[in-house]
Design a protein around this ligand. Structure first.
Ligand SMILES: C[S@@+](CC[C@H](N)C(=O)[O-])C[C@H]1O[C@@H](n2cnc3c(N)ncnc32)[C@H](O)[C@@H]1O
Length: 297
């Protein structure tokens, strides 16, 4: 009895004048789904955020309550809405050259050797593992082009992945407004972006910039289809939303995909823990080198 009273306590009290009833039971169902589908931890303290992010979905679907919404998402035909749920509850905040010291490290400590290897005919692979709507992989490509303007002649590719197909669609268009492009040095912007020329004052990445990047949907807690090794991985500001066990699993899954001396860049409030710690050694603030990997051909 006591338990069921707790279970049905309306969380909606946290949201003043709320339009829909939102109970603890609804919240814990949504938390369970986010954990099993995306690895994301959502404690009940995030109830107001969950409510405000999902209320538009309920209106759009013409539902009357969160329990109806949970039923839909959990039902046999709920796959598409589960994707919408994940998209609504993930944080997509990103920006060009976020944490500039990572790009400076890439430019000065990593790219010189990779450029040498590319010129010797080796393939170079980089991965932006939670790319959001694109500034991170475009910043990686811009850093490469700064050092090697004819990089298109070599076998150099950037894989950019995210769980959310909506952000990937935006990212692959490569269209950004002036505020988003503010961190991009003027000369780089003029060289590798073209103004759309309409009233929006937006700019689009030129083909010569876009050509390096392949955008693909990938769930970090799901299957990773790639088999080749990477020389550079950016996995920033995503595992922060996972629990410790999941974080450690992700770090340990990167190691076999990393060449010896390859580099992993992580978010400013993240740290490497678990068995990956044996292979990934600090090479700067939130920068790790794989000291145990084997060179790929
Ligand atoms: C805060 S953004 C980080 C963007 C970029 N890495 C940066 O640091 O600027 C977090 C991204 O992680 C994605 N994400 C969340 N859970 C994921 C998962 N399980 N697998 C892959 N991507 C995920 C979200 O869709 C979102 O675009």
């Amino acid at each position: 009895m006591a338990d069921s009273t707790v279970e049905s306590r309306p969380v909606s009290r946290l949201v003043e004048n709320s339009e829909f009833v939102f109970t603890s039971k609804d919240m814990s169902k949504i938390s369970e789904i986010m954990m099993s589908e995306a690895g994301i931890v959502l404690p009940e303290s995030k109830a107001s955020l969950v409510y405000s992010r999902l209320v538009k979905r309920l209106r759009h679907l013409k539902l009357f309550s969160f329990s109806e919404y949970c039923e839909l998402v959990e039902g046999a035909n709920g796959k598409a809405e589960r994707q919408e749920l994940i998209a609504a509850l993930t944080t997509n905040v990103t920006r060009f050259f976020r944490e500039p010291h990572h790009f400076e490290h890439l430019r000065t400590k990593v790219l010189p050797d990779l450029i040498h290897r590319a010129k010797a005919g080796q393939k170079i692979r980089m991965w932006s593992a939670a790319c959001s709507f694109g500034p991170e992989p475009y910043s990686m490509a811009l850093t490469l082009l700064q050092e090697l303007p004819d990089a298109g002649q070599y076998d150099i590719r950037i894989l950019a992945t995210d769980i959310d197909p909506n952000v990937l669609a935006t990212a692959s268009e490569g269209v950004f407004d002036e505020a988003q492009l503010a961190p991009v040095p003027e000369a780089l912007r003029r060289k590798w972006f073209k103004p759309l020329g309409d009233a929006s004052k937006k700019w689009q990445a030129k083909r010569e910039l876009q050509q390096f990047i392949s955008f693909r949907q990938l769930n970090l807690i799901g299957n990773w289809p790639m088999t080749g090794k990477f020389q550079v991985i950016f996995c920033r500001n995503v595992v922060i939303y996972f629990d410790n066990t999941t974080q450690e699993k992700i770090w340990s899954r990167f190691v076999p995909l990393m060449d010896k001396d390859s580099v992993l860049y992580i978010g400013h409030s993240e740290r490497i823990s678990g068995i990956a710690d044996r292979s990934l050694k600090s090479d700067g603030i939130t920068i790790y080198r794989n000291v145990t990997g084997k060179m790929s051909g």
